[in-house]
Design a binder for this molecule. Structure first.
Ligand code: ADP
Length: 419
């Protein structure tokens, strides 16, 4: 069926050259393309979409909700409840979704196919969405081989690097070695480089463990405002040393625009270690990329069935070109502000994996030279669900669950330079 003669749109429109090219291109490409209206009702599928989704009679799916055709689960084979389904979230909120890797359950056969899904909202009066699906079976197999190699290599190299780091520390310690000032300068540089290498191998191992599915989240019902505040307040000393203004509970210097609502108690179902790593990584970056005198704000809001965490800084910012790539493995923006700052380009990749493993989404908004906000959206639990899961966990572990920390004006860090 032609894009321009669908069941719901029998009259040919815009039969000019470019629309014919678009039609041919859509028929030729191996990516599945599905177009829906604003309500998610399917208006068009290209031939690749028909094959990939396994829908035997494409005419029958026109007019159906796309959710009936594209059923997904996580890469680990976990079912995705509505609140955790990034595809549904994207079409509900109108936020784009970029290359979300998951497994699609094919219509009819129930066969599983690993795919990367993107959702692009179509602006304008008619609205609607373009969904693209890419078969990533081959990519995953190649990645698996790569992962195994990187995992073995970094594991083997970690030990000699730790030993180099240890000996350099001994050489630099006046109690264990006597060296002249020039040698101290050289050895200090070598020590910094060895530490960087050690961090790179640790990050690489973490990455490969996640890629392999070796690290699975250990979900715990959690009161989110208290949990995030506890993690981010651990940065107070480093913020002070870096001469940064830190405030918990806001998205801007006045504290007025969102970030925290005192009348809210926000529950989530998260892995506490993953949550710590996520906030740590985002705050590490905020610290690294915000010059002295700048500000860093952290907030937690209940937003419908989601928990929305923001880590905002007034630092160097990220250009729109770099913004599209920062969650990729080893990507580092290359400009005069960031060139001098050390890093591996793995922090945000690991962070994104941790967020997605908990059914969440992460994205960033930034103005180059002005600052950046990272948003993490995680599934939210109702108070009843929180109670139910806490009791289930207590029964399973025979141990009391963590007590919810109610947000009060006293447990919110007040603004100004942290003293
Ligand atoms: P790195 O180890 O290089 O910091 P990340 O994966 O954590 O690696 O970040 C990737 C890149 O994204 C960084 O090199 C930097 O260019 C950019 N970036 C991340 N966070 C920020 C931020 N808060 N402000 C400006 N740039 C950032």
């Amino acid at each position: 069926m032609s894009l321009f003669k669908s069941k719901n749109n029998p009259a040919p429109v815009a039969q000019n050259n470019s629309s014919q090219f678009a039609d041919v291109a859509l028929r030729m490409i191996s990516e599945a393309v599905i177009m829906t209206n604003r309500a998610g009702v399917i208006q068009y599928l290209n031939p690749a979409a028909v094959t990939m989704t396994g829908c035997k009679a494409p005419e029958n799916v026109y007019g159906l909700d796309y959710g009936l055709l594209i059923r997904i689960e996580t890469k680990e084979g976990r079912e995705l409840p509505e609140a955790e389904n990034p595809l549904l979230q994207a079409t509900r909120t109108g936020q784009p979704l970029d290359n979300y890797e998951c497994v699609m359950i094919q219509a009819g056969s129930d066969k599983r196919l690993p795919v990367a899904i993107s959702v692009i909202p179509v602006p304008g009066l008619s609205g609607g969405f373009i969904l693209t699906l890419r078969d990533i079976t081959k990519e995953l197999a190649e990645e698996g081989e790569q992962t195994e190699f990187i995992s073995t290599a970094s594991h083997e190299m970690r030990t000699p690097v730790a030993s180099i780091e240890g000996y350099l520390s001994l050489a630099l310690n006046p109690q264990t070695a006597t060296i002249d000032e020039r040698a101290r300068g050289y050895l200090t540089s070598a020590h910094t480089a060895a530490q960087h290498l050690g961090k790179l191998f640790r990050d690489l191992l973490d990455t490969t463990k996640l890629d392999d599915g070796h690290i699975r989240p250990n979900f715990v019902p959690t009161e989110m405002i208290g949990a995030v505040k506890q993690i981010s307040d651990d940065f107070i000393v480093r913020m002070r040393e870096a001469k940064l203004n830190y405030r918990f509970g806001s998205t801007d210097p006045t504290g007025a625009a969102g970030g925290l609502r005192l009348d809210q108690v926000v529950y989530g179902f998260v892995d506490p270690n993953f949550l710590r790593e996520i906030i740590d990584n985002l705050l590490d970056n905020a610290l690294k990329y915000t010059p002295a005198g700048g500000s860093v704000y952290v907030g937690v809001l209940g937003d419908g069935d989601r928990v929305l965490i923001n880590v905002t800084d007034t630092g160097v910012g990220i250009s729109s070109t770099d913004l599209q790539h920062i969650f990729q493995k080893f990507y580092r923006a290359d400009n005069s502000d960031t060139r001098e700052i050390g890093g591996t380009g793995l922090g945000l990749y690991i962070t994104k994996q941790r967020v997605e493993a908990m059914g969440g989404r992460i994205w960033a908004e930034s103005a180059f030279g002005e600052g950046t906000t990272f948003y993490v959206s995680l599934p939210r639990l109702s108070a009843e669900e929180y109670e139910k899961r806490s009791i289930a966990l207590r029964n399973a572990a025979q141990a009391p669950p963590t007590q919810p920390v109610q947000p009060t004006p006293n447990n919110i860090t007040q603004g100004g330079i942290v003293k």
